[in-house]
Write a protein that binds this ligand. Structure first.
Ligand SMILES: O=C(O)C(=O)Cc1ccccc1
Length: 286
């Protein structure tokens, strides 16, 4: 069977690079202009899986992905791909000789954030302009030579959109990895990742706390701790129902089982928490 994989496009985004690395070249790759469009496409069955950025080692979570997943489009995470990210500075070929005079930097918000120190030091006056992806930024500048703009994107984007790389590796921290989520409506679906990637077990759980009850977060953490369920991340995001209302996203370094995780979930529910398993899956490393 030939799979259809949706991803945050256009061509040559970092998400596209991740898809090309982890999936067979014969799969059909379908770019979408935004993260919500990718997620809607897999929910509607237009593609078999969708790939979107979820978290970066420097900038943290991609809030648009987390929030759309939790509030708008209840999909499951069925896999994760972790990829090193190298950010390069590029300009339209007509502007190579004056690249240090650009007055605008165009890219995805996470790419700009990953290069903040470099931009602050080298282009303190330049305006930052945010695009839906690094690929979209590269495509825009390639079509607009009249813009005195620089783009932050990857090598493939420079090639595909005919831009000239004038400074390589401008990300502020050497360890700049991004984690891409593989999404599907059903939790048990397995993505057709290439053989050879073993993957590490992971389960992601969303927890809401009962209101006005002191000590509940401590009890939540205890439910995982005494079962020796290793927690690799806890993050809070707004419920969007009022100031001070948050939900928690918890990552466990364990696969779903029939005893420990269900036991913890029952305990949390008995405390009055809302619990939803967003996925139990393999995290694959490039
Ligand atoms: O914009 C892209 O190319 C993406 O795929 C999102 C992203 C942006 C910055 C680093 C990693 C992924």
């Amino acid at each position: 069977m030939s799979y259809r994989i949706g991803f945050l496009g256009p061509k040559a985004t970092f998400t596209h690079l991740a898809v090309s690395k982890f999936f067979h070249e014969q799969i059909e790759q379908i770019p979408y202009a935004t993260i919500p469009a990718c997620m809607d496409a897999v929910a509607a069955g237009d593609v078999d899986f969708s790939i979107v950025p979820l978290e970066n080692a420097i900038e943290g979570s991609v809030n648009l992905t987390v929030d759309y997943l939790v509030h708008e489009q209840p999909l499951h995470i069925v896999g994760e791909m972790v990829v090193p990210i190298n950010q390069h500075f590029m300009v339209h070929p007509d502007r190579v000789s004056s690249w240090q005079q650009v007055d605008k930097i165009v890219s995805h918000s996470h790419a700009i954030a990953q290069c903040h120190r470099y931009l602050h030091n080298e282009f303190p006056q330049a305006e930052h302009s945010y695009a839906a992806s690094t690929g979209a930024a590269a495509q825009f500048v390639s079509k607009h030579p009249e813009e005195n703009a620089g783009v932050i994107a990857n090598e493939m984007a420079a090639e595909v959109y005919g831009l000239s790389i004038v400074k390589k590796d401008i990300h502020d921290y050497h360890y700049n990895h991004t984690l891409f989520a593989i999404l599907h409506p059903s939790m048990s679906e397995k993505p057709p990742v290439l053989p050879g990637y073993e993957g590490k077990d992971k389960t992601t759980i969303m927890v809401t706390l009962p209101s006005n009850q002191s000590g509940t977060l401590h009890q939540v953490l205890s439910a995982f701790a005494w079962r020796k369920l290793n927690m690799s991340k806890i993050e809070s995001r707004p419920m969007k129902t009022g100031l001070g209302n948050y939900f928690f996203l918890i990552d466990l370094e364990h696969a779903m089982d029939s005893v420990l995780i269900p036991g913890a979930v029952n305990e949390l529910e008995a405390l009055g928490c809302g619990v939803k398993i967003l996925g139990s899956y393999k995290a694959f490393y490039a």
